[in-house]
Design a protein around this ligand. Structure first.
Ligand SMILES: O=C(O)CCC(=O)C(=O)O
Length: 346
């Protein structure tokens, strides 16, 4: 067993099991009907709705994202994380700006075994200057790109444009699966605050004690994840709470609904906990795209989905302030639970 800094060590109950359950994978959905039969999507819509309800997670194939574009961003990410630390630290995240490189993120107050590089999809993005509810000041945030690796920005821009197209296709299919008009949710994204992360998980000498990312739920609308061919993502199965390892499917993207969909759907589509296990031999890379609405969005159960029998289960909350509060908590590493949608439960 190798030595690791105690900051990385998970409490006993959160440590990964020596043998993850691989038997049943999350649903695999073929998106080719979007191209082949755009006028008869009912089968696809049912598949997506079932996956959102039963798992909160699914993988998609035939999604229309060119493999070349994905290979290019994966290769640029590998080059970035292979740079010397001093070079990566030239684009470090700082107190005022959460975008850029960071190697000491904590999830639930335990350090993750990873390095990340974050950027916003729109540049600059506008978000509240502080988490204080009464403070109405806004600020602009700009991305930071490494000067010594111009291909990183180019590859990320191309891949992000593809992620955006896929995100809106999925958003429309999920809206249909909830019985809504397909463009019902599109208006929330005019000034979207979506972001992308490059994750790098180095080999770990004590993978049974640590996690690449601790257990968490995604706060946004939906997440599209590209993982390489090294397994690591584990999803908490809704039926029995077991951690299920998601087997990599070449060229597929993994989709999950986030907290905002849980609130919009009034608990029909739950945001599901997930985490990342690491291993002692292989490094692993992944690229999540987090679809977020504009900062001025008030998140609440959609009026078409509530009625007297199924009243709203959440109070509304402001997305910009929610994110600002979460960022503040992460930065200060407060020894209290981070802001969660459960705090808005009625
Ligand atoms: O690397 C993965 O498979 C998942 C990453 C993740 O959950 C995150 O970055 O929030």
């Amino acid at each position: 067993m190798g030595e690791v800094d105690p900051a990385f060590i998970q409490a006993l109950e959160h440590r990964p099991k020596p043998h993850s359950i691989e038997a049943q994978n999350i649903p695999l959905i073929d998106l080719s009907p979007l191209i082949k039969h755009p006028d008869s999507l009912s089968g696809l819509v049912v598949e997506i709705g079932d996956a959102c309800q039963n798992w909160g997670f699914f993988q998609v194939i035939n999604h229309g994202v060119p493999s070349k574009c994905r290979q290019k961003v994966e290769s640029a990410a590998r080059k970035f994380f292979a740079l010397p630390k001093e070079e990566k630290r030239k684009v470090s995240r700082d107190e005022g700006n959460p975008f850029g490189y960071y190697d000491s993120e904590h999830t639930k107050n335990v350090r993750d075994w990873k390095e990340v590089f974050d950027f916003a999809v729109q540049n600059p993005i506008i978000i509240p200057a502080s988490h204080e509810p009464a403070d109405m000041e806004m600020k602009e945030l700009f991305n930071k790109w490494p000067e010594s690796l111009p291909e990183l920005r180019e590859a990320c821009d191309e891949h992000t444009a593809e992620m955006e197209k896929l995100a809106f296709k999925l958003l429309e299919l999920i809206a249909l699966s909830l019985g809504l008009p397909k463009d019902r949710l599109n208006g929330f994204f005019k000034d979207q605050t979506s972001r992308v992360r490059l994750n790098y998980y180095p080999p770990c000498p004590a993978p049974h004690l640590t996690l690449g990312v601790g257990r968490h739920k995604d706060t946004g609308v939906l997440t599209i994840l590209a993982q390489d061919n090294v397994a690591g993502l584990e999803v908490k199965r809704k039926t029995d709470g077991q951690w299920i390892l998601v087997k990599p499917t070449p060229d597929a993207y993994i989709i999950n609904v986030g907290d905002i969909f849980q609130v919009w759907s009034n608990d029909k589509y739950e945001s599901v906990e997930h985490r990342v296990v690491v291993n002692s031999e292989k490094e692993r890379f992944s690229i999540p795209y987090f679809l977020y609405p504009s900062h001025y969005t008030w998140v609440e159960p959609l009026e078409e989905l509530i009625n007297e029998q199924n009243p709203a289960r959440f109070k509304r909350y402001n997305w910009g302030k929610f994110r600002a509060t979460r960022n503040y908590g992460n930065l200060k590493k407060l020894n209290v639970e981070n802001i969660q949608i459960s705090h808005f439960r009625i």
